[in-house]
Design a binder for this molecule. Structure first.
Ligand SMILES: N[C@H](CCC[C@H](N)C(=O)O)C(=O)O
Length: 288
């Protein structure tokens, strides 16, 4: 039986995998919004579409539940790597994937247990590359006023953009208040993912996450890499950092080569088919 989708999560950050070899779906924004909807669809923090096979290369496209496309997703890459293993695509436990935000290198440490390491590449703090509006600069320890309160922000890209807010105390309430304002702020032409960062010690940080195009999530791999890199840039942590999130922890290592390597788990949830009513809605939305 062919399945239309597979569902996995990385520390509670859940994604639907749609494989073009299995399912013939055009991923228009309104179709993505419907499938990801927690009440009217399957429900998820996004869609992973692939593998798109180009010769030897395996490409992954990543979509947020608002229908926008993300350049990179750390949990998404780990989840997709587990799917490739489960679906029998892999001939090795080490391989590379193409994403909109660049090539990443994956190692299945223990695939069935879902322990996967990803070299997410390098980060940049340069405004033009994040991007952040204003004069060309590294965006480090800048002041940003939201709702009359001044925040210290450091912005960077690891393929997708992140705004890290350094605080002594963090909470879900605060990230849900300022996250959407920062996400859509005029400073960020492509919008931005937002994290509140609390440094616990030289090897442990705690974050709360507001994702571009997704909202509050329990965990985020690219956010883990971005916040660890920002804390390291600010001299607040060592190069081996455990990132603690509401959904669990991810280990991030910052290499001497500048590459950021993330290790975390993946949980397989279910596989399914779109039943007639939803399939008809998808067909209507795609104009078929
Ligand atoms: N949950 C993802 C983040 C997706 C990033 C996406 N929201 C964007 O627009 O960049 C992760 O584990 O990295």
């Amino acid at each position: 039986m062919k399945f239309d989708y597979f569902k996995y999560h990385g520390l509670g950050n859940d994604y639907i995998v749609i494989d073009p070899q299995n399912a013939d779906i055009s991923l228009e924004p309104e179709i993505i919004r419907l499938i990801c909807h927690r009440n009217f669809g399957v429900g998820s923090d996004g869609i992973l579409y692939g593998p798109i096979i180009k010769g030897e290369d395996l490409q992954l496209r990543i979509f947020n539940p608002d229908g926008s496309e993300a350049e990179k997703s750390g949990n998404g890459i780990r989840i997709f790597s587990r799917y490739l293993f489960d679906a029998g695509y892999l001939h090795s436990n080490q391989f590379q994937l193409e994403t909109l935000g660049g090539r990443v290198y994956v190692e299945l440490l223990d695939a069935t247990a879902g322990e996967i390491r990803v070299d997410m590449g390098t980060v940049t703090f340069f405004s033009a590359e994040v991007p952040v509006s204003g004069p060309p600069r590294q965006v480090i320890n800048e002041e940003l006023t939201i709702n009359g309160r001044s925040f210290n922000v450091t912005c960077l890209s690891i393929g997708n953009p992140h705004c890290v807010v350094l605080l002594d105390d963090i909470s879900r309430e605060l990230v849900e208040e300022i996250g959407p304002i920062i996400e859509n702020h005029a400073l960020f032409p492509n919008r931005i993912n937002v994290q509140l960062l609390k440094v616990l010690d030289r090897n442990n940080i705690q974050i709360e996450i507001w994702e571009r195009g997704a909202g509050y999530t329990l965990a985020s791999g690219s956010s883990s890499c971005a916040t660890a890199s920002a804390a390291y840039k600010l001299g607040l942590v060592a190069e081996d950092i455990n990132v603690h999130m509401p959904g669990g922890a991810i280990n991030v290592k910052i290499g001497q080569d500048g590459h950021v390597r993330m290790t975390g788990s993946v949980t397989a949830v279910c596989k399914g088919v779109f039943m007639d009513d939803l399939a008809a809605q998808i067909r209507d939305l795609s104009g078929l």
